[in-house]
Design a protein around this ligand. Structure first.
Ligand code: TRP
Length: 340
């Protein structure tokens, strides 16, 4: 101890890279390409901390749905290449005591007006006939998310574009807390792959919008077997008259995203060139996509089957303990800043 005047020095970063996933459904190929793959890439350089946002899941899903997916998501992450020797994984509910306390304390830094102006919440409220009828847990979502990030004292937070407003709010809350009380939190930043360029677009195979579990017919799930994949890809929308439609681009993104094999990439490019020149080659493109997806899922199934019975438990026990220690340390600093 150097002396009392060091009190109030901000805590250092606790984690370099920190992100969360809501365990609200079976994962799709789009979840892999959009989120999991990035963590796998980042773990070459950093030691990422990933958490299962199961308390967040309760904002719009039943406890049963969340319970069903809580450990499945972790098994999937591990099977998809998240390396437990590099990355730490924990479940939010196992940290609910410090996180709940941090959420209450952080909620002292924001008015209801500001909270209801957070874009994601504003959209939700706008959809309701009676906006104030949404549950308070839903309204607290952004503050709980800030608590997740600040409790781990995260430096970089990889998130999609739709989450940027939440990171901004997290920074505002941290800044206010630091300014109004004692310097406590280091500042987190949003991390976007490829310098924040357009994220890879993976569309529903049929119909409108992104590939997501809410449109199961147009989504390729990790759990889909070979015949399901073949059937779904065969029905996928493409285009006509040499026009490269968003649906075609999305199929190309899937094929190229799921394999690093240069010959496959060349083959896909060749098919698209032929298509643009008037060739009837969409069947060929679908053939390549089907093969790539089935090879990828074959490896995924193999990795999942190879997991020992204790793997998830061991990974989570270690991750929960470490994350909990960080969160408790942060909470202590918050309380001391508030003269508690
Ligand atoms: N809100 C994020 C989503 O819907 C999930 C999430 C919760 C999260 N807490 C987080 C992401 C903290 C990053 C950091 O995808």
């Amino acid at each position: 101890m150097v002396g009392a005047d060091t009190a109030g020095e901000a805590l250092g970063y606790g984690t370099q890279v920190f992100t969360g996933i809501r365990p609200t459904g079976d994962l799709t190929i789009a979840n892999y390409l959009g989120a999991v793959r990035e963590i796998v890439d980042l773990q070459q350089t950093y030691e990422p901390v990933v958490f299962v946002a199961d308390v967040h899941g309760m904002t719009d899903q039943s406890p049963d749905t969340v319970a069903e997916h809580r450990e499945e998501v972790v098994k999937d992450f591990l099977a998809l290449g998240v390396d437990p020797d590099r990355a730490e994984i924990f479940t939010q509910s196992q940290l609910l005591r410090p996180l709940g306390a941090a959420t209450v304390l952080l909620s002292g830094e924001i008015t209801l007006n500001e909270l209801t102006n957070v874009p994601t919440l504003k959209d939700k409220l706008g959809d309701e006939q009676d906006p104030l009828s949404i549950r308070t847990l839903m309204a607290l979502y952004p503050v709980l998310m800030a608590a997740d990030i600040l409790a781990q004292r995260a430096e970089l937070v990889p998130v999609g574009k739709d989450q940027i407003a939440h990171i901004e709010l997290t920074r505002d809350l941290a800044r206010r807390f630091n300014d109004r009380h004692e310097p406590t939190f280091p500042m987190p930043s949003a991390y976007m792959a490829d310098g924040g360029g357009e994220p890879l677009k993976i569309l529903a195979l049929t119909g409108d919008g992104k590939m997501s579990k809410s449109q199961p017919g147009g989504a390729l799930f990790l759990a889909d077997d070979r015949s399901e994949v073949t059937r779904k890809v065969r029905r996928a929308q493409t285009g006509m008259d040499g026009q490269v439609t968003p649906h075609i681009e999305s199929l190309v993104n899937i094929a190229k995203g799921l394999t690093g094999d240069a010959t496959v990439h060349q083959k896909v490019d060749g098919i698209i060139d032929e298509y643009k020149a008037g060739g009837q080659v969409m069947g060929q493109l679908k053939g390549v996509v089907t093969t790539v997806v089935n090879d990828f899922l074959g490896e995924y199934r193999y990795q999942r089957a190879a997991q020992g019975p204790d793997l998830v438990h061991d990974v989570l026990a270690q991750g929960n303990a470490r994350a909990n220690a960080r969160a408790e340390e942060t909470l202590d600093a918050m309380m001391s800043a508030l003269k508690m």
